[in-house]
Design a protein around this ligand. Structure first.
Ligand SMILES: [Zn+2]
Length: 222
């Protein structure tokens, strides 16, 4: 990865650390084990959690905000999230009802046990079109689909797209996944088309490896 962006793996989910002379920013907060993973990654660079200035949230799922309250308390960082996702975070809930079949219900119950959500009520609201003072102007993109208020972050200077779960990269293959946790598949496909039009050179997803120099495949609406 470039010196400014580091993927931090927290079991099955990724966070992204952005290192700039002005300070450290983190995208997403991982599972409840996330703070440990971030602290380890920072320690290898001789840095500390307290140096994190900004925490950007792509969406309010428990694998992306499970470590948020702890990371914010350790750092005093400003937290940025979309209004719908921030409201869900404040309630300690996900931002949409999963479509859970009876067969999946036990698995879902286990996930909730493993990843309890600590409510977090102090996010600053970001809107599509906002530009954050990170990486020379980090653009907030509306990328609904996985969740209603899902946001991605795009740094044009670096051709860098931080896509959260608007794109998955498991197995090194970019795609938008439909399933019980998809809020609106058609909206997600449209979000993918808009992100593909940016032709990002580097794509950082919530799950899977960083993808470089690969066009985003356009989804076929099924
Ligand atoms: Zn996820």
């Amino acid at each position: 990865m470039t010196p400014q962006i580091q993927q931090i793996a927290d079991t099955f989910v990724n966070m992204y650390l952005i290192i700039e002379p002005e300070g450290l920013s983190l995208v997403d907060a991982g599972t409840p084990g996330g703070p440990k993973a971030v602290a380890r990654a920072l320690a290898r660079r001789g840095r500390r959690l307290s140096e994190i200035r900004n925490i950007l949230i792509t969406h309010a799922d428990p694998d992306h905000i499970g470590g948020l309250a702890e990371l914010q308390a350790a750092s005093g960082a400003a937290v940025y999230a979309d209004a719908i996702e921030a409201a869900a975070m404040a309630r300690g809930e996900a931002s949409r009802e999963p479509k859970i079949s009876p067969a999946l219900a036990p698995l879902f119950g286990l996930m909730q046990l493993m990843m309890p959500i600590t409510p977090f009520a102090n996010a600053q609201i970001i809107r599509p079109g906002d530009e954050l003072p990170i990486l020379g102007g980090l653009q907030v993109l509306a990328t609904p689909g996985h969740t209603p208020g899902h946001r991605s972050f795009y740094a044009p200077q670096y051709g860098l797209l931080i896509a959260g779960d608007s794109l998955m990269a498991m197995g090194g293959r970019l795609r938008f996944v439909d399933g019980p946790f998809t809020w609106d598949y058609a909206a997600g496909c449209e979000s993918v088309r808009q992100q593909a039009a940016l032709a990002p050179r580097m794509i950082c997803c919530g799950h899977g490896p960083v993808i470089r120099d690969t066009p985003i495949p356009l989804p076929a609406l099924s």
